[in-house]
Each structure stands twice: as structure tokens, then as C-alpha cells.
Design a protein around this ligand. Structure first.
Ligand SMILES: Nc1ncnc2c1ncn2[C@@H]1O[C@H](COP(=O)(O)OP(=O)(O)OP(=O)(O)O)[C@@H](O)[C@H]1O
Ligand SMILES: [Mg+2]
Length: 267
């Protein structure tokens, strides 16, 4: 399948139709994550059950410290669970040894870290292709070109992270996650350092990839406008899912956020 620009006009898979079975790209069941013990014990996730359907764009929102990054890390196999289950497709992450987990992460999951996690000694294009280089996979050049162009990085490919602005580093981190065409992309505040135009371009790109490539996207954001690009929004508070909104508008998201604020935080 060609993924050269623009996205294929006709999707290779049916994108609608009631008869199509709902495929689940990732699923958490009663997932709990506890950090520390005694006085430093923090229940970051408290028996969270949620599914992320194939070719669906989910936004995760909630106050700072509510467990958003922890949920993404546990689902992507980057952190262990305290109890419960996390699956990518049919694969139970806890059943994998370290090597199998690494292979699954490299092959099937794209992750955009809140703190970018770029290697300072590599330039932009080397950072983008690093996961594939490690895995011994050759990138699809047309796809790579499209991502680089969409992220506005063409003139910055030989710059190191220290020579890039925060927003440019963030776009490199997003390009890296997309480059290997993973089944599911977890993006932790991918627009947090972008101006509104770059943010809108990135969000539009993620949104289009969902029907065009049957891409599954899970994105943490604090921004109601960013969340409105998603098919649904789940709201976390104190390590629990407290609400869900489908077909969100920015105003509807804002209203829900205000409702939580007015109820007051429990800590
Ligand atoms: N490695 C860790 N050790 C101990 N506690 C941790 C660790 N990582 C996260 N926590 C705690 O778990 C809770 C959830 O953290 P998490 O990073 O998931 O929040 P978040 O919703 O992503 O917040 P933010 O919006 O600020 O990024 C917080 O109380 C945090 O202090
Ligand atoms: Mg976070």
C-alpha cells in the first residue's frame, strides 16, 4: 500500500458500515498502577478499564497528576502494571519477556513522549529513523518525506535537538513516532509546545490518518480545541475515568472541564 502524499483517496479498508466488526487496538482492564510505598505511596491508576478501537482517535484529558501519562506508558509497555491487564491487539503485555516487549514496542507502537526524549548527539532525521535503524528496518522513503514535509522539518533535518526550538523538537518526536507506521500511536501532549498553526497542522494530520490509514491514535492534551479533533474524549481524575464524550466540540469539552473544576479536586 502506498502512503505517499496525500493520503490515499480511497481507504484500503472499509471505514464505515454497521456490519464491520469493531476491532480493539488496545485495551486496559482493571489496570492499577501504584508508585512507592508507605508515606510515598501514590495510586496513579485505580482499576481503569478502557478500550481503544482500531481507527479511532481518542483524547485523554484530566488535571495534572490524574494519571494520563501513566496510563499511556502502561498501555505502551513502557511501564509495568501493579495489577490488572493491558493488551495491544490480542497480546497481553504482562505475558511478554523483555525482548518480546521491546519487539512489540518497536514494531507496533509509536510513542510521542511528553519530554520528547530525543538523542542529543543525533540530528533530526537520525532521531526520526532511530527506532527503525535499531530494528534493522528500512523506512518507506515516500512516507518519511510526507511526514517530514507535514511537520515542516525539511530545512531542519541535519540540526541536532540543541539547535532546534521546543516546537521543532516536538515535531521531530512526532515524526519519529509516525515514521514506522505503527498500529497505534500514543502521543503525550504532542501540541504542548507548538504555536496554534503548527498545532492545527499536526492535529489535522493525525485526524486524517485515522480513516485514511486505519490509524489508532491516543493523545493526551490539556487543550479543548486539540481534544475536539478526536472522535472521543475520556476524562481522568485521581487515577479513574470519570467521564467520556463522543464527537466532542471544544465548547462541550470546556463545559465538562468546568463541571469537574466546580466539583472540586479531592486532593
Ligand atoms: N515514577 C514515579 N514515581 C512515583 N510517582 C509517580 C511516578 N510517575 C508518576 N507518579 C505519580 O503518579 C501520578 C500520576 O502521574 P502522571 O504523570 O500519570 O500524571 P499526568 O496526568 O500525566 O499529569 P501531567 O498533566 O502533569 O503530565 C502523580 O501523582 C505522580 O506524582
Ligand atoms: Mg503527563
Amino acid at each position: 500500500m502506498s502512503r505517499s502524499a496525500p493520503f490515499p483517496t480511497s481507504a484500503p479498508f472499509p471505514t464505515s458500515g454497521a456490519a464491520a466488526p469493531v476491532a480493539v487496538a488496545a485495551r486496559a482492564t482493571e489496570l492499577s498502577k501504584v508508585y512507592g510505598q508507605g508515606e510515598t505511596r501514590v495510586v496513579a491508576l485505580d482499576a481503569v478499564s478502557v478500550e481503544f478501537r482500531r481507527a479511532e482517535f481518542t483524547a485523554i484529558m484530566g488535571p495534572s497528576g490524574s494519571g494520563k501519562s501513566t496510563l499511556m506508558h502502561c498501555m505502551a509497555g513502557l511501564d509495568s502494571l501493579s495489577s490488572g491487564s493491558a493488551r495491544i491487539g490480542d497480546v497481553e503485555l504482562a505475558s511478554l519477556n523483555d525482548r518480546e516487549l521491546t519487539r512489540l514496542r518497536r514494531g507496533r507502537v509509536g510513542f510521542v513522549f511528553q519530554a520528547f526524549n530525543l538523542l542529543p548527539t543525533l540530528n533530526a532525521i537520525e532521531n526520526i529513523t532511530l527506532p527503525m535503524d535499531i530494528a534493522g528496518r528500512r523506512p518507506d522513503q515516500a512516507w518519511l518525506d510526507q511526514i517530514v514535509a507535514t511537520m515542516g522539518l525539511s530545512a531542519r533535518l541535519t540540526h541536532r535537538p540543541s539547535q532546534l526550538s521546543g516546537g521543532q523538537q516536538q515535531r521531530v518526536a512526532v515524526a519519529r513516532a509516525l515514521a514506522s507506521q505503527p498500529e497505534i500511536i500514543f502521543a503525550d501532549e504532542p501540541t504542548g509546545n507548538l504555536d496554534s498553526r503548527s498545532g492545527a497542522e499536526l492535529l489535522g494530520f493525525l485526524q486524517e490518518s485515522v480513516p485514511a490509514l486505519r490509524q489508532t491514535v491516543v493523545m493526551v492534551t490539556h487543550d479543548p480545541v486539540a481534544a475536539s479533533y478526536a472522535d472521543r474524549v475520556i476524562f481522568l481524575a485521581d487515577g479513574r475515568i470519570v467521564d467520556e464524550l463522543r464527537g466532542p466540540s471544544a465548547d462541550a469539552v470546556l463545559d465538562r472541564m468546568k463541571a469537574f473544576d466546580s466539583k472540586g479536586r479531592t486532593n
